[in-house]
Design a protein around this ligand. Sequence first.
Ligand SMILES: *Cc1c(COP(=O)(O)O)cnc(C)c1O
Length: 415
Amino acid sequence: MNEISFETKAVHSGINPEEHNKTTQIPVYGSASFAYNTAEDLENVFQGKQFGYVYSRIANPTITSFEQKINSLENGIGAIGTSSGMAAINSAILALTKSGDQIIASKSLFGGTFSLFNKVISKFGVKIKYVNTCDIKEYENSVNEKTKCIFIEIIGNPKLDIPDIKKIADISSKNNIPLIVDCTLATPYLFQAKNYGISIVIHSATKYLAGNGSTIGGVVIDLGNFNWENFIQPDFNELKNKIAPQLLFLSVARKNILQNIGSCLSPYNAYLLSTGIETLPLRMNKHCENALKLAKFLSNNEKVAQVNYPGFLNNPFHKIAKKYFNNKFGGLLTFKLGNKEKCFKFINNLKIAKNLANLGDAKTLVIHPASTIYHECSQKEKEDAGVSENLIRVSVGIENIKDIIADFSQSLKEV
Ligand SMILES: *Cc1c(COP(=O)(O)O)cnc(C)c1O
């Protein structure tokens, strides 16, 4: 049999009905703990000598099922579900760094990640060296002996810039530094990270993986591209002779960090994510198709100053997006209206699209990033992230696009 295709894995992977009373959807194991008949059994499970679940902060069968499903879609060697996308990023960074280390991060990051790095990670004595997202030389020049990872986003949110991943992966492998990529905006359906030399993938599962705006969740996936044997870090060194080198990162991230920080995924949310993923390919196709149609409509409207969508031929990232995402361009676009007042008026007049802070929902969503997600950032930080006072971000949903265009059209008439 050929390798099973993405769509089939999205539906079938992560659950074996024989292991769960023949259920075809993973049941929600709503149990904090797992009881054992003998003290010896529990001792063995605790010490990893026997497989079993102990406590749901550490692992839970419903969460495992989600982890296996997303891991199979990424072709990874293992995944760790977390309470949110932020928790996924936090766990990965804390696993790799200690006080005095440095990480290199691109400037056009999602506002929440920016805030995590500047307000939390830096407090632990980790220096964040920001580089211009697409300036490969800057990454190269920023590497020093303290650098413990490079962190970028596959598509900058909301700037929609797409760095040359292959070149950044080359720098990371040449210097033996893991490359972490937040692939939330692309999902494994559009972007197969493993093929680009990426070490670790992060997803805010809240977005396209859940697909309905139904829950918060996150995941960290080790793609097996990085050789952890030569990674210098006390937590890793301690484990080096105890477990397979391939599993070092996953083990440190789960046992040393996630387990102690306590940002575990809830089994109920894991269930929602697993069911959401089943329709990911269908939804992504529709998101991309609708986004291109809406982008074209907006670019033909005289009130709209500028539309940013990688699907346009004249977009600076068109070529690279086309190559990475198999001729698709994602579900996010931004556009500019005269000023903040006009943006607010436009948003207030919409009848179908929702004004809220999320993306990747089945529903079309709009937000004014400058006054919301980025309101605490300096002018310079906003500029770097591509956020201006007259910018509106749209996460295009899977409705009939005619209705969304009609909604946008009527609202633009009022502006
Ligand atoms: C939303 C988002 C996050 C944070 O994820 P949460 O699930 O909200 O914690 C991280 N990265 C990107 C690109 C996002 O869009």
